[in-house]
Design a protein around this ligand. Structure first.
Ligand code: HEM
Ligand code: HEM
Length: 134
């Protein structure tokens, strides 16, 4: 499996563990104030990252491109920032709202980069070293 796909699945499962723990904590405490942090940790983390990893696993030549790794770091940084600050904001720390907004915009940048990867032609992924030898 391409490195970026492997990284995406490993990162996704970390957010899955955290997301499920927030869900269990909500269910046990009957305090649903952090529902947004739970939902987005699972959906932006586990689900979306697993989809990114799956796409790269199915398109290994696109996964080898530098932009795939850049997209991974931008998107992951956004989600890793969003989940804790959204959790704390929903717990009442309203001063964190601008940081939640910033994290959301970083995630949006990651989403746009992924759209660019999807729409970019496959041929662009062929490196000179992959050219047939004469
Ligand atoms: C053992 C694992 C999980 C537990 C204990 C759990 C628990 C909960 C609880 C207590 C709520 C609030 C329900 C309410 O307000 O009535 C909730 C909402 C939600 N959960 Fe989970 N959850 C789990 C896994 C997941 C996973 C894996 C996902 C996504 C892939 C997910 C997505 C959501 C979403 C989107 C909502 C919000 C639904 C809405 O807006 O009504 N949950 N969860
Ligand atoms: C940076 C990207 C995103 C932003 C800024 C965002 C923002 C929001 C906001 C403001 C709400 C309303 C929360 C409330 O009622 O208090 C919400 C709810 C929700 N969003 Fe997102 N969202 C994003 C990405 C996503 C994605 C990718 C998914 C699914 C794959 C998703 C699924 C949901 C669901 C299921 C709810 C209802 C559960 C809840 O109340 O938290 N969101 N989102």
């Amino acid at each position: 499996m391409p490195r970026v796909a492997e990284l995406y699945f490993k990162t996704a499962v970390v957010f899955f563990i955290v997301g499920v723990m927030i869900g269990l904590n909500m269910a046990i405490s009957q305090d649903y104030s952090v529902i947004g942090a739970h939902a987005h940790c699972n959906l932006l983390g586990w689900v979306s990252m697993a989809l990114f990893g799956g796409y790269h696993a199915l398109n290994p030549n696109k996964a080898e491109r530098r932009i795939a790794m850049i997209q991974y770091y931008v998107y992951t940084a956004g989600v890793a920032l969003l989940v804790p600050v959204l959790y704390l904001m929903l717990k009442g720390n309203t001063a964190l709202e601008p940081v939640v907004a910033l994290a959301s915009l970083i995630i949006f940048a990651g989403v746009l980069l992924f759209a660019f990867i999807i729409f970019s032609p496959k041929q662009a992924a062929i490196t000179p070293s992959a050219a047939p030898l004469r």
